[in-house]
Design a binder for this molecule. Sequence first.
Ligand code: NAD
Length: 263
Amino acid sequence: MIQNTKFFLNEFKDKVVLITGGNGQIGQDIVKYYLHCEAVVINLDIEEPTHAWQSIDEKKDKLEYFIKCDITNKDSVVQSIESVIDKFVNIDILINSAGISVFSPFEERTCEEFTHVFDVNIKGMFLVCQKIIQKMLKQENKGVILNLGSIYGHTIADQRIYGDSGRNSPEIYAITKSGVTQFTKYLARYYGKDGIRVNCISPGGIFANQANFFVKNYEYKTPLGRMGNPEDLIGGVAFLTSSMSIYVTGQDLIIDGGFCLGS
Ligand code: NAD
């Protein structure tokens, strides 16, 4: 829940923000933050939101819109984004927050599980970026992209901290999240000449009522002594999508309380 209003940025007022995975734990707080700043937010998610968002077809004077979209499906992405392109002059900010993992033991991982994580975390991000960049290239205000990576794109999960929870972070999550960082850098270099900035945030573990022993293990490995919460990310989101970072592109900001420093 966004409680801290000190990050209010007037420049987001009336900006159009398209986010994938806006129903998620982190995604919801990013949505709330931009709404708090009076931006227009379009949420593309495969699940229906828990509260009533406005459909894009009813566009009136509201600030938040929901479009049901499976980002792994090219037709779904193209249709969803084309319905937005028709109704808004600019897409100012794209946040790629949709992401998944899988928790079967490595020895039992199926190809379907492996491919599905890849399809959401990488192919989905690729499809959304491709479609939105086509739009951004035609805009006067070229726009900003922010991707959600992870500490596990930077460091390898210490499986000992998970105990027998069955929630061990898998290889395909690490593979795809390191891929998010490289994809971010690729796009930043490729579209720098066009004025499109592309950056990434890599959060540490976010508290979500995990088992007590896991939380204790995680806190022990974290210099700032606690798990993160979605609000910890908002300063980075605001910085990287505002004019405060006008000369920053291709960067991956790790927001993890120091977890990746190692122990
Ligand atoms: P979450 O699991 O709470 O939400 C993910 C959202 O993505 C959900 O709303 C889900 O419906 C949506 N989604 C899944 N598949 C989709 C698809 N095919 N098409 C469209 N939407 C789809 O995750 P979160 O906590 O909000 O995390 C946001 C991002 O941050 C993710 O990329 C995640 O990997 C990353 N991250 C999360 C944590 C954490 O501890 N929560 C830590 C590091 C990085």
